[in-house]
Ligand binder design. Structure first.
Ligand code: AMP
Length: 398
């Protein structure tokens, strides 16, 4: 069965068509600047060239139509008609407390997702537009919602409550939810397979280190803690997000800088993290690595502060699980950035971790980077959120 995986942002739409039997990506692409002048679709069939076409897309329904046009195009398409798309899997950012697993999309599900809009005002409305657009164009194709938050719903209360008046949890559901759940689930499963063990028998810490970044503690197959909170702003220092800060900083800076609270939160989201720490140099770890190597002190401090925070979260989750069998790195930085992995791992001596420098020199592949005799295993496992969404979709529609 061919599964269309859709990841809708406010002005973008990413897609992949995946053959669920071979798990091959038949085609993938991106619609950009939806509803803005200069909208375009970039489409790639299999391993072929990326073809960018400027085309008017005033809303997401037109974007979905453009995707279908490309997928069924006689030249660059990969299927002959819509009938060859068996189901659609949608990435949904926030499922609140309503969804602890993926679900077939019904009118009730759409309503329940709408109720979470408050919790993810930038993402959920866009995800819903994607669902409604697909419904309009493919009314008879079953659709599945796969939530970023679902995997973390097994967290115990002591991990998800904030130290705030309890009524805010009761009234507004202010609590920690966690994100990147599809990736944490996929990677913790895969590392257990690679270790030749059942996930149920292991204590795993997954470090999803990309532009957005989070760590999770997976105890016997269930998430028991994760670093992101009510929103993806909490936890690690990220590409542009601050991660944990003293909340009093927000009003302090608002007063000093003559800005509103929302403006300071925007700075915490978009201008902080390693970008902010490096004095605005870059959020990209390649640029920062090069600058640090050439002696740029702010870039060096940014990378050191970033790695120290990762190591502290790993330590916290060793405590949460009373031990750890495997630590796994994934996502752009975790999979590819050797120096960043080395920085984070230098604090792990107390776990008996020793890193094999030859293995740690590899990029973007499944590999154990700890030595044979390392007491705790350390792995790199590339994540694949689209494949995970496709697998969930097939599981539910079959
Ligand atoms: P993601 O958000 O998962 O796409 O990750 C983006 C981050 O991964 C950026 O900071 C990149 O610098 C980093 N990254 C991606 N590829 C490489 C690479 N080959 N070497 C070093 N860093 C990389």
């Amino acid at each position: 069965m061919n599964i269309l995986v859709i990841n809708c942002g406010s002005s973008s739409l990413k897609y992949q068509l995946i053959d669920s039997e071979s798990e091959a990506v038949l085609a993938k692409g991106l619609c950009e600047r939806i509803g803005i002048a200069g909208s375009a679709i970039t489409h790639q069939a299999g391993e072929g060239d990326k073809i960018k076409t400027e085309i008017d897309m005033t809303d997401h329904t037109q974007a979905v139509a453009a995707v279908i046009d490309k997928l069924t195009d006689p030249e660059v398409g990969v299927v002959s008609s819509l009938d060859e798309i068996g189901a659609v899997g949608h990435r949904i950012v926030h499922g609140g407390e309503n969804f602890a697993s993926s679900v077939i999309i019904t009118d009730e599900v759409i309503e329940a997702i709408e109720k979470c809009n408050d919790l993810a005002p930038l993402h959920n409305p866009a995800n819903l537009i994607g669902i409604n657009s697909c419904k309009e164009i493919m009314p008879n194709v079953p659709m599945v919602a796969v939530f970023d938050t679902a995997f973390h719903q097994t967290m115990p209360k002591k991990a998800y409550l904030y130290g705030l008046p309890y009524e805010y949890y009761e009234k507004y559901k202010v609590r920690r939810y966690g994100f990147h759940g599809t990736s944490h689930d996929f990677v913790s499963n895969r590392v257990a397979e690679l270790m030749g063990k059942k996930r149920e028998d292991l204590k795993i810490i997954v470090c999803h280190l990309g532009n957005g970044a989070s760590v999770s503690a997976v105890l016997h197959g269930q998430c028991v803690d994760t670093s992101m909170g009510l929103t993806p702003l909490e936890g690690l220092i990220m590409g542009t997000r601050s991660g944990d800060i003293d909340p009093a900083i927000v009003s302090f800076l608002a007063e000093k800088e003559g800005k509103t609270v929302q403006e300071i939160i925007d700075i915490c989201n978009k201008k902080s993290g390693v970008l902010g720490l490096s004095g605005g140099l870059s959020s990209d770890f390649r640029d920062l690595g090069n600058a640090a190597d050439s002696g740029n002190e702010k870039a060096q401090a940014a990378l050191e502060t970033w790695g120290y925070r990762v190591a502290k979260y790993i330590g916290a989750y060793v405590a949460a699980m009373n031990g750890v069998d495997a630590i796994v790195f994934t996502a752009g930085v975790g999979e590819n950035n050797i120096a960043a992995r080395t920085t984070a791992c230098q604090y792990l001596g107390y776990l008996g971790v020793t890193i094999d420098p030859v293995a740690n020199n590899e990029r973007g592949e499944e590999i154990r980077i700890s030595t044979e005799d390392s007491k705790t295993q350390v792995w790199v496992v590339p994540t694949n959120e689209e494949l995970a969404i496709a697998r969930e979709t097939v599981r539910l529609v079959k």
